[in-house]
Design a protein around this ligand. Structure first.
Ligand SMILES: Cc1ncc(C[n+]2csc(CCOP(=O)(O)OP(=O)(O)O)c2C)c(N)n1
Ligand SMILES: [Mg+2]
Length: 357
């Protein structure tokens, strides 16, 4: 994809495929027979949609950075480098049936569940026509199956567990999924929710998104085991790991978890490993670590995979042109919404359910 020297992490600007990592990417997809079978069944169109999803996520972040740089907004939360951990799992779900609760790192989930990029950008402007009507920058849309998270990390775990419990009680073949940052696993809410999900055997999927940092706190400062491999087992819960930079692995691992949920064998816990590119992380970790993870750009590696599958550069460029146009159009539409800021009194509207509902 086109790189953006002004906005991309430095490791991505001159990104070139490392042949060993390209081979390892394919090996990851092929070495687990169950996952390999699922990937082999993916229609060409679905693989293209995964690519578009990754691009949409990256370009959404680039647009936000552009707005920060030009003073349209003062701050943005980004998922750059972690796109595969969000996009792969959402593509394993069914729109209109399943429910997700994205954390701020997972804004891409909103779009992959069908929300428009323009609405995602409007949320940052806090306009009257934004998803929360200007109340909050956390984004959700019930009609798209996306729960709007609250700021407190870890708190969506018991909420998702409750939703999954409802699915189980009603006998509905649906699943509920949320992501939990490595740091957020330490909250009481995450523990209580995970344990309750396990003992109630609800159709929930928890993805521990281990980007090795929680603001300025490194993983080894808050998590002595070093990995999350045994985390699910400590709750008596089935769990699996996937490569957080490999969208196909993330997709296939989540698909298996969904199948388990449908068989009544939920919940499932999964770990995705990714990188994190924000100021605190850059101040916390040595440059070498960013170089190492930068070589694993989830978009660059997936492009190499697709090319090996016989996709032409022209086809990939066509997808990129479509998504670029979608994001550019969305930014233009969203900026128009700046003229539609909510009146203060409207903050009191729509807070409580109407009697009888
Ligand atoms: C309960 C709670 N404590 C503290 C914060 C402040 N806070 C916001 S993000 C964050 C770090 C979360 O780290 P992690 O779970 O690893 O997610 P990441 O940001 O790395 O995606 C903290 C401590 C919060 N939002 N909620
Ligand atoms: Mg983290």
């Amino acid at each position: 994809m086109q790189r953006f020297p002004a906005f991309d992490p430095p490791e991505y600007v001159e990104w070139q495929p490392d042949p060993a990592l390209v081979r390892a990417y394919r090996r990851t997809v092929e070495e687990n027979p169950e996952r390999a079978a699922l990937v082999a069944l993916l229609p060409s169109e679905a693989k293209r949609a995964l690519y578009a999803g990754l691009l949409r996520a990256r370009l959404h972040d680039v647009q936000l950075k552009r707005w920060v740089r030009t003073g349209v907004i003062s701050k943005a939360w980004l998922g750059t480098g972690e796109e595969a951990t969000t996009v792969g799992p959402v593509h394993a779900l069914q729109r209109g049936r399943d429910i997700v609760a994205p954390m701020i790192r997972n804004a891409a989930a909103c779009c992959e569940m069908g929300m428009s990029v323009a609405d995602m950008l409007r949320a940052y402007l806090g306009s009257e026509d934004s998803p929360s009507r200007g109340r909050d920058l956390h984004v959700g849309s019930f009609s798209h199956g996306v729960l709007q998270p609250i700021s407190h990390v870890g708190d969506m775990v018991p909420v998702i567990t409750g939703i999954a419990l409802t699915f189980k009680m009603k006998g509905e073949p649906r699943v509920a999924l949320t992501w939990v940052g490595d740091g957020s696993t330490k909250t009481a809410a995450a523990h209580e929710g995970t344990n309750f999900a396990a003992v109630q055997k609800v159709p929930a999927i928890f993805i521990i998104q281990n980007n090795q940092v929680a603001l300025g706190t490194r993983l080894e400062q808050h998590h002595l085991p070093g990995t999350f491999r045994d985390w699910g087992a400590s709750y008596g819960m089935w769990s699996a790991q996937f490569d957080g930079n490999n969208v196909l692995d993330a997709y296939a691992a989540t698909s298996l978890a969904v199948e388990r949920c449908h068989r009544g064998e939920g919940p499932a816990r999964m770990g995705g490993h990714a990188t994190h590119d924000e100021r605190e992380a850059r101040e916390t970790f040595p440059d070498a670590l960013f170089k190492e993870w930068g070589r694993r750009d989830p978009i660059g590696l997936y492009e190499e995979y697709l090319k090996e599958e016989g996709r032409s550069a022209a086809e990939l460029e066509a997808v990129e042109r479509e998504v670029t146009a979608e994001v550019e159009r969305a930014a233009e539409q969203a900026v128009q919404s700046k003229a539609r800021m909510p009146q203060g009194e409207t903050a009191l509207e729509g807070v409580y359910a109407k009697p009888g509902r």
